[in-house]
Every structure is written in C-alpha cells, then in structure tokens.
Design a protein around this ligand. Structure first.
Ligand code: G3H
Ligand code: 13P
Ligand code: ZN
Length: 315
C-alpha cells in the first residue's frame, strides 16, 4: 500500500526512524520489499533524478506498481529524492509519487524558500507532501577548517523561519554527514547539538538525515579483497540512529550501503567463478543479501516490527 511520508512520520516521531532506500533496478526492488517484510517494517522507496533517467522513469514506476501487487502487505511511500523544481513538478503531476523532495539548498535562503513554496503549493493541491533542504551536506575535507565546515550546517533559527515560510512537511538538515562512501576523514561525527537546537525550534516537526550509510568496514574489506580499491571509506555509526530519532529525525536516507552490497556480491561472484556469464545466479545472491541488509538496517532504525502498528494507525 502506497502512503504519504506524513502518515509514516506521525507513527514514528520521537520513537524511531523510517528507512528511505534508493533503488534503480529490479533486483533492488525485490530485495527491498522482501527485507522490509521480513523485518515487518514500513519504508520509503526513494527515486533520484539519475534513477529516473537510468532506463525510463516509467520502467521504475511499473516495477514498483507490480511490487505493490506481489507484496500486498507492504506499507511504503514513493518519494522523489533530491528533486529540482522541474522534476518535482513532473513527479507531482505523474499521479504516482506520494512525496517529493525539492532540494534548492544550493540557492540563497530567500530563493530556497521561494522555490520550495512553489513546489509545496503544487504538491499540496494534489495531497502530496514535500521534503525540503536547508544547509549544505558535503565531504569534510582535510583542508576545510572546522569553522568553515560548521558554517554549512543547518542554522536552527533559520530552520524555523524556513519551515514557516515555505510550508514544507519535513526538513532535511545538514548535521555533518555527506553522500557517498567517504564521509569522514578523521574523528568528525554527527552534530547532535545542532539537531537538538533544531528540534527545540521545531518541536514535533519531522526532520530528515541524508548521507546516512554506515559503509560497513567488513563490506569494504571484502570488496577490496575481491579487486576493489575503496581506500579510507567511512560512514555513519548506525548505533547513532536511535539518538537521532529521539531528536526528531523520522527519515534516514541510505543508498551507498546498498551499492556496496551489490559491488561485494558481484565482485566475489565473478572472482570465484570466472567461467560464468549468466546474470541470474549473482542476481539471486544479491536479492537475498540486499533483503538481509535491509532487515538488519531496520533493526538499527527501530522501524523493524512496526508494520502492524502503522497498519492500525492507517485504519
Ligand atoms: O543523494 C544521492 C543519492 O544517493 C542518489 O544518487 O543521484 O546517483 O542516483 P544518484
Ligand atoms: P548515502 O550516500 O550515505 O547512502 O546517502 C544517501 C542519500 O542521502 C540519498 O538522498
Ligand atoms: Zn541525499
């Protein structure tokens, strides 16, 4: 059943976070649905602009519609990840997405608000909810001073004004994470102090944490032993998800970790079976491994076991 993220956030706020997982292909879709049902978790499917362009946006939509029939017990939102205004409007008008993100975080404050407001007005007219972003995620490079890096974090006072003026339904905050497999070069971590101040200014308002892959070191080791060269890859400690959830984070975005599972499975498979050329055997292994990964991640997020409760709330 496809629902809005708003409904999922009402159930989760302050207690746990919903996993928001990016998908691009059939094997990821199968693993995602299986893993969430195995762990009895509500979830969010994220589709990026790149994912829409990978084959054809209609292929992805068709796959998700079919998965909804194949797995009738699943409860999930379909969400555009990091949309620009044009893509967000396209998704709103498609009639398929239940939630869109407008990411105008690169724009100056007032312009970010104006762009977000336009998307919010179009989305709300159709019962669709909107995630916006304030602050700048980014890799913390060695040469960037702590002050410079902190300046990109979400300003809690601006966050309140941004939400009031833009009318967005949830807010992605920059609290020290970045996208990809190389998040931290030293001992940096999440800025829970900033998150706590944002929650103080926006009580009960759903916050979103991007760049939340954990980049498991065992996964990186196996990829490198099978020919990869991911040197110095590092992610977010999944044991911190619970604290983030208590501070108002209701959605935690994970993409890179799934790509690492795919890379490990396929590198090991073809290293160990160099005579093989059928795509299905590694595909089957990947679907099972991805499902296992999702189920384990949902335990860390606290969303595992919440499906019945959410079903009851939906009535
Ligand atoms: O935040 C970015 C997501 O990981 C999506 O990545 O744009 O390569 O699909 P992508
Ligand atoms: P990761 O690169 O940490 O998986 O973050 C994904 C994300 O934020 C998608 O919007
Ligand atoms: Zn993101």
């Amino acid at each position: 059943m496809i629902v809005t993220t708003k409904k999922l956030f009402e159930a989760a706020y302050g207690k746990y976070a919903i996993g928001a997982y990016n998908i691009n292909n059939l094997e990821q879709a199968m693993g995602l649905f299986r893993g969430n049902l195995d762990s009895q978790a509500p979830f969010i499917i994220q589709i990026s602009k790149g994912a829409r362009a990978y084959t054809d946006k209609l292929m992805l939509e068709g796959m998700i519609r079919s998965a909804n029939e194949v797995f009738p017990d699943a409860i999930f939102a379909v969400h555009l990840d990091h949309g620009d205004e044009e893509t967000a409007l396209d998704c709103i008008n498609s009639g398929f997405y239940s939630s869109v993100m407008i990411d105008a975080s690169h724009a100056p404050f007032d312009e970010n608000i104006a762009i977000t407001r336009r998307v919010v007005d179009a989305a709300h007219a159709k019962g669709i909810v909107v995630e916006a972003e304030l602050g700048q995620l980014g890799g913390v490079e060695e040469h960037v001073s702590v002050d410079e890096a902190d300046a990109k974090l979400t300003n809690p006072d601006e966050a309140k004004e941004f939400v009031e003026r833009s009318g967005c339904d949830s807010l992605a905050c920059a609290i020290g994470t970045s996208h990809g497999a190389f998040k931290f070069s030293g001992s940096q971590g999440l800025h829970f102090d900033v998150l706590a101040d944002i929650q103080k200014n926006l009580p009960s308002f759903p916050l979103v944490m991007h760049g939340s892959s954990s980049v498991p070191q065992e996964e990186v080791k196996r990829i490198n032993e099978a020919g990869g060269t991911l040197l110095g890859a590092k992610g977010v400690d999944a044991d911190q998800f619970k604290r983030a959830a208590e501070l108002g984070v209701t959605k935690i975005n994970i993409d890179t970790d799934g790509r690492l599972v795919w890379t490990r499975v396929h590198r090991e498979f073809f290293r160990d079976k160099p005579d093989q050329f059928d795509l299905r055997p590694p595909g089957k292994i990947f679907m099972a491994e991805y499902a296992k990964f999702i189920a384990a991640k949902n335990v860390k997020l606290g969303s595992a076991g919440q499906l019945d409760e959410v079903r009851k709330l939906l009535g």
